[in-house]
Write a protein that binds this ligand. Structure first.
Ligand SMILES: C[S@@+](CC[C@H](N)C(=O)[O-])C[C@H]1O[C@@H](n2cnc3c(N)ncnc32)[C@H](O)[C@@H]1O
Length: 283
């Protein structure tokens, strides 16, 4: 079978299985098997696949048809223009979270601190911590997660992007390991993309999302349980004038802003789709 026929067959199969982007997924998976770009598939559309390539492709397409996310199947995902290794132990970094990173980079640059310190709470793949360290060469980061597997993935991504010397990885609940291991430490900025899906919405999530770790998704009855615990901890671990950035979901803007009543400022940001996505607060 040649590339063109393999793609057409896979696309039709994925479409029949109600996969949202059958053509794109068929291409990404075949490009992964053949270790080429998507454009490369079209440049060589008459090339024959050997038996091994065809078998590997069929297995990936079948897994995709069962709802496994493409990023887990190919083992990586682009975020902030950087390539991140991902596995089912971590949430797949989302384009929505780039708003948080861009806002954090801009606040850190404005602060003018010589060697600023950031904390990334719930680091997962390390998407936020690694991107911040990549874009701000003088930045030091503490990255926390309750999942040892996530921390291992984040460490791997830090090595991949050459920032492992500026990120320390801590295991534990929210800011507790920071307060225990660095008593009195004050950060310039704390970033958190903690689980914020309301528990009652979990059963309705897309089947792809249900393949991701539940500990990365479920934020309690209204989705804000983790942030309710985090905000008072952050008040003890942020420099005066420092910032806390929390990613939220649509409809959570008002209750999330109310968590910052004691703070000097809190602003709600929307993502490119116009949905409430981020609260940035200054102490
Ligand atoms: C929504 S994912 C975000 C991952 C990554 N920061 C990103 O933006 O792609 C939430 C992460 O928070 C971690 N987490 C959940 N509860 C936590 C807690 N109590 N303390 C620290 N991390 C927690 C999960 O293990 C998961 O890696």
């Amino acid at each position: 079978m040649d590339i063109k026929t393999a793609l057409a067959t896979a696309r039709a199969f994925l479409q029949e299985k109600e996969i949202e982007t059958p053509r794109l997924d068929a291409e990404v998976l075949l490009a992964h098997v053949l270790r080429c770009s998507r454009a490369g598939l079209y440049a060589n559309s008459h090339r024959q696949l050997n038996e091994n390539e065809l078998n590997r492709y069929k297995k990936l397409v079948e897994k995709r048809a069962c709802g496994q996310p493409v990023a887990y199947l190919v083992g990586h995902k682009e975020f902030m223009g950087l390539d991140f290794t991902v596995s089912p132990a971590v949430l797949i970094p989302r384009p929505d979270t780039e708003l948080l990173v861009e806002t954090a980079v801009s606040l850190l640059k404005k602060s003018g601190a010589a060697e600023p310190l950031a904390v990334d709470v719930g680091t997962g793949s390390g998407a936020i911590a690694v991107s911040l360290a990549h874009f701000i060469p003088e930045l030091h980061v503490l990255a926390v997660d309750v999942s040892e597997d996530a921390l291992a993935a984040a460490r791997q991504n830090a090595r991949l992007h050459g920032v492992e010397n500026r990120i320390k990885f801590l295991h534990g609940n929210l800011l507790e390991p920071v307060m225990e291991q660095y008593p009195g430490l004050k950060a310039d900025i704390i970033c958190a993309n903690l689980p914020y899906v309301p528990s009652g919405d979990i059963p309705q999530l897309a089947r792809e999302v249900k393949n991701e770790p539940i500990t990365a998704l479920d934020g309690g009855p209204d989705g804000l349980d983790f942030y309710r615990q985090l905000v008072p901890q952050a008040e003890k671990t942020i420099k005066p004038g420092g910032s806390l950035l929390i990613e939220i979901g649509p409809g959570q803007g008002k209750p999330a802003l109310e968590l910052f009543n004691n703070w000097s400022e809190a602003e709600l940001y929307h993502d490119l789709g116009g949905r409430e996505r981020l609260v940035a607060a200054q102490l």
